[in-house]
Design a protein around this ligand. Structure first.
Ligand code: NAI
Length: 338
């Protein structure tokens, strides 16, 4: 049965990489129909809003979306549309698998998954300035929110993901030694839920700073990591760095009823419009989408093709040290599909 998905090409390099990805999906025989919708800076010009209602309605209806990067103005202007989409559909789990594709980096065979809580923590954005004397910004205060409900559902999601994907160990990274209430609650919940899976998945907890160090020194000691929102944001970029950078990193934002898949990278304004962007991040995100809708076989064929093209240097974009354009790279991946 064909799945209808919402496609949001996005800003900057988004339309270029989205076109390449849809081209490869079609060649690979993905059974998907596409409903194109806009969001981001481009949508402000065409629809008067960075997140038009018809885009929200489309995701609501189709339940699955493939999204390109959306530019967010820093400091002033509209708030992040990415965050708005995660909030609207309560996409509480951010899943970021990290695998070595391009050899010759610091490590050659990284295969890790980070699961980040996507709705709580400091990123709820409850913060304000405190004025003193004549300085209205003498101090600033931010509130970290951790709920038992939010902690339980993300840790359970992580264990269920580990079981479904043959992952043998879950590491819960935290800072409960300092943040005894917020991170303490997260850790307590984690330990309790780990007991339910003790016969199937090993569990350890580790302080976040030591986790960062060991990820760089000896990433093989990890398998699947779960953590709160901001720690996950930072460490997932660190992990992308272990495998050659943002161009290769896919992500899925998963909720109870909806899922939005996107590359980890942004709109790359410095190279937008040049046709040289690496489409691998969005392509691997589309593979996660295919897994999600039960087309694992198509996803596996695409992963094999893109890996062999990059490893054999049959085609590489500029960020990989090659000279290929987005289109010629996509053509090589299509040619390598078995
Ligand atoms: P960025 O990820 O867009 O770019 C960082 C560097 O990586 C740039 O040099 C860029 O050329 C390069 N790069 C990124 N993706 C690439 C690709 N596929 N192929 C080749 N090179 C690539 O991060 P930046 O510059 O901090 O953010 C630009 C905009 O993107 C901002 O408005 C930001 O808010 C937005 N953004 C959106 C995200 C999303 O929609 N999920 C995530 C991150 C940033």
């Amino acid at each position: 049965m064909s799945n209808i998905i919402t496609v949001i090409p996005g800003d900057g390099i988004g339309p270029e990489v989205a076109e390449a990805v849809l081209d490869i999906l079609n060649e690979a025989g993905a059974s998907l129909d596409y409903e194109h919708r806009s969001a981001g800076v481009g949508a402000v010009a065409t629809h008067g809003s960075p997140l038009p209602q018809e885009t929200v309605d489309s995701i609501e209806r189709n339940r699955v979306a493939l999204k390109g990067p959306l530019a967010t103005p820093s400091g002033s202007g509209f708030r992040s549309v990415n965050v708005a989409i995660r909030k609207t559909f309560d996409l509480f789990a951010n899943v970021r698998p990290v695998r070595t594709i391009l050899p010759g980096g610091r490590y050659d065979d990284i295969d890790l998954v980070l699961i980040r809580e996507n709705t709580e923590g400091l990123y709820v954005g409850v913060e304000h300035f405190i004025g003193m004397d004549r300085d209205p910004k003498a101090a600033a205060e931010s509130v970290m929110i951790t709920t038992r409900y939010g902690s339980e559902r993300i840790v359970r999601f992580a264990f269920d993901y580990a079981v479904a994907n043959g992952r043998g160990k879950v590491t819960l990274a935290h800072k409960a030694n300092i943040l005894k209430h917020t991170q303490g609650l997260f850790l307590d919940v984690g330990k309790r839920i780990a007991a339910d899976y003790a016969d199937r998945v090993a569990f350890e907890d580790r302080i976040i700073d030591a986790t960062a160090m060991y990820l760089v020194l000896d990433p093989y000691r990890f398998d699947l990591l779960v953590m709160e929102n901001m720690f996950g944001d930072i460490l997932s970029d660190l992990m992308a760095g272990l495998v050659g950078g943002l161009g290769f990193a896919p992500a899925g934002n998963i909720g109870e009823g909806h899922a939005v898949f996107e590359a980890v990278h942004g709109s790359a304004p410095d190279i937008a419009g040049q046709g040289v962007a690496n489409p691998t991040g969005l392509l691997l995100s589309a593979c996660l989408l295919l897994d999600h809708v039960g087309q694992e076989d198509v996803a596996a064929r695409i992963r094999t093709a893109v890996t062999s093209v990059i490893r054999s240097a049959a085609a590489r974009t500029r960020d990989m040290g090659g000279t290929d354009t987005t289109a010629s790279f996509a053509a090589a991946v299509k040619g390598a599909l078995a």
